[in-house]
Ligand binder design. Structure first.
Ligand code: SAM
Length: 281
């Protein structure tokens, strides 16, 4: 099986998840409909004021985060290759009355479909990088979409997470390469699903930084955080901030990265400047 076939199979796997996720406790759709936001404080602090900014959310699932940015005044476009996800995102936008554009496309095709060099902000968050067979090409796509001075914000599960088992023993190599095809019958939201196969690709922190730098982006911040969005191991405890931690913070659980396009005229004009710098933890 080649990577194109894997991507197609993954797309079907994501179609399968949308219905289950819409009703899940994890996504708390009702809280969002009641006026809430799905964004975490450190995401909001990282980007600063987004009102009036053109924001592109890559691999946006059914648009909860995309619409949360819209609720903050951003002019949003969400992209996902799952037709079910995009249809659900459009329905949700209509229901809550938020302006948003949702486009069904493979992330690798986005720079050919959307407006080049026009986005102030590109966002890719939580469970996106492992679905990418080619990180360098993905970074080049992002670089083509950002206006000079625009920023990419990545928030992602730290690759250390995928190394350890429930007892925090290292169970695989950080440096493994190539696609992993796994049989699955449930989603991370807890719901059971018909048995199917999903393919993921491993990546390292160095691989991410090198891909972004290779695409000409300037890395302004790379932060590693000892918190997670959900309880991945029984030992994790929930903090007052709604995030989960391992006792003693032994390994990083999330990472965030801010990278800026420094194309012609781009230095100094970005979203995070003038008040958007973040303090976290
Ligand atoms: C884990 S979800 C993203 C989660 C999102 N931050 C959220 O919590 O709603 C991953 C999304 O990436 C999409 N996706 C995976 N591979 C893709 C690709 N090659 N092109 C476009 N979308 C893709 C899936 O359809 C899915 O909606």
């Amino acid at each position: 099986m080649d990577d194109q076939e894997r991507l197609e199979r993954n797309r079907e796997a994501w179609d399968l998840r949308v219905g289950a996720h819409l009703g899940s406790e994890f996504y708390d759709l009702e809280g969002f409909k009641a006026g809430g936001s799905s964004l975490r404080s450190f995401e909001v602090e990282a980007l600063g004021e987004v009102r009036g900014k053109r924001l592109l959310h890559l691999m946006c699932h059914f648009g909860l985060d995309t619409l949360s940015w819209a609720r903050m005044g951003a002019e949003v476009t969400g992209v996902d290759f799952s037709g079910e996800a995009v249809a659900a995102a459009r329905r949700l936008a209509d229901e809550v009355g938020l302006p948003a554009r949702f486009v069904q496309a493979d992330v690798y095709d986005v720079a050919d479909i959307l407006e080049a060099e026009s986005y102030d902000v590109v966002v890719a968050t939580y469970g996106v990088l492992v679905w990418l067979p080619d990180l360098a090409e993905w970074a080049r796509v992002v670089a083509r979409l950002l206006r000079p001075g625009g920023v990419l914000f990545v928030a992602e599960f730290h690759p250390m997470q995928s190394l350890v088992d429930g007892e925090l023993r290292i169970s695989t190599s950080y440096f493994r390469t190539g696609a992993a095809d796994r049989d699955v019958a449930a989603s991370y939201t807890g719901q059971e699903l018909p048995a199917h196969v999903q393919s993921t690709w491993p990546w390292t922190v160095g691989g991410l930084v090198t891909a972004l730098a290779g695409a000409g982006l300037r890395i302004e911040r790379l932060d590693e955080l000892p918190v997670d969005l959900r309880q991945r191991h029984p030992r994790m405890a929930l903090g007052d901030d709604g995030l989960w931690r391992l006792p003693g913070d032994p390994i990083p659980l999330l990472l965030t990265c801010l990278a800026r396009s420094v194309g012609v005229g781009g230095l100094g004009g970005g979203v995070a400047e003038g008040g958007g710098g973040r303090e976290q933890r």
